[in-house]
Design a protein around this ligand. Structure first.
Ligand SMILES: *[C@@H]1O[C@H](CO)[C@@H](O)[C@H](O)[C@H]1NC(C)=O
Ligand SMILES: *[C@@H]1O[C@H](CO)[C@@H](O)[C@H](O)[C@H]1NC(C)=O
Ligand SMILES: *[C@@H]1O[C@H](CO)[C@@H](O)[C@H](O)[C@H]1NC(C)=O
Length: 191
């Protein structure tokens, strides 16, 4: 299976990169420094610290872990979207938005796979360009639901009083995806 191969590749990358140890805090601080994403620093620390192997990884290893987390997140996002579609009860507009999200996330998954290979072969620029496209998919999904602070008509699930107005059903999924991708890119840029 392609997924198995990919995980093996990630593992080889991780095991192979046992150079200078870099703390998660240092790596995150360095990655976010001078970027417009300073607010992602604590997200970066929390996310990476929770990942197995991060304590003994160097900066390259942390980049691999961040990319792997992105891969897992996008895989889970596709499953979540399929589940939402199965559940039903959506307006026509919401159904169209869900279909857009499904297509864009599946496209993004393929690109994350390329990014893993780019990282493995040290093609930093290709990696950054690919992860930019991956991130764009999450933004496009958000936009399909009317975007951040978009109009309420698109927001909550039809007839579901529990859904907050303006809260698209995939808002958290998109935010996590976008933030993880941004974080991984910023770490790779510092390598
Ligand atoms: C990548 O993530 C999977 C779970 O999604 C995990 O089983 C695997 O060990 C991770 N590989 C690396 C190199 O972090
Ligand atoms: C996606 O990533 C975020 C941030 O690390 C995490 O909180 C969330 O649980 C992840 N979602 C899945 C389904 O893995
Ligand atoms: C992730 O990004 C979104 C906007 O892109 C932001 O609103 C949100 O607070 C971020 N989440 C975290 C945990 O930093």
């Amino acid at each position: 299976m392609a997924a198995r191969l990919l995980f093996s590749l990630l593992l080889i990358l991780l095991v192979g990169s046992h150079g200078a140890f870099a703390s998660v805090q240092e790596t995150c601080a360095k990655a976010m420094k001078g970027s417009e994403h300073k607010n992602l620093e604590s997200f970066c620390v929390t996310t990476l610290q929770a990942a197995p192997g991060s304590a003994s990884a160097d900066a390259k290893g942390l980049a691999v872990i961040a990319t792997n987390l992105t891969l897992a997140n996008y895989t889970a996002a596709v499953a979540t979207i399929k589940e939402l579609q199965r559940r039903g009860g959506w307006s026509d507009k919401q159904q169209a938005a869900l279909a857009t999200c499904r297509r864009r996330y599946i496209e993004a998954l393929n690109v994350v796979h390329s990014a893993v290979h780019a990282l493995a072969t040290g093609r930093k620029q290709a990696y950054v360009a690919e992860m930019g496209a991956v991130r764009r998919s999450a933004i496009d999904c958000d936009d399909a639901f009317g975007g951040r602070g978009g109009d309420d008509a698109f927001g909550g699930r039809g007839g579901d009083a529990a859904a907050k107005p303006g809260e698209a059903p995939l808002r958290k999924v998109n935010d996590d995806a976008e933030n993880l991708t941004t974080m991984a890119m910023l770490i790779v840029i510092t390598l």
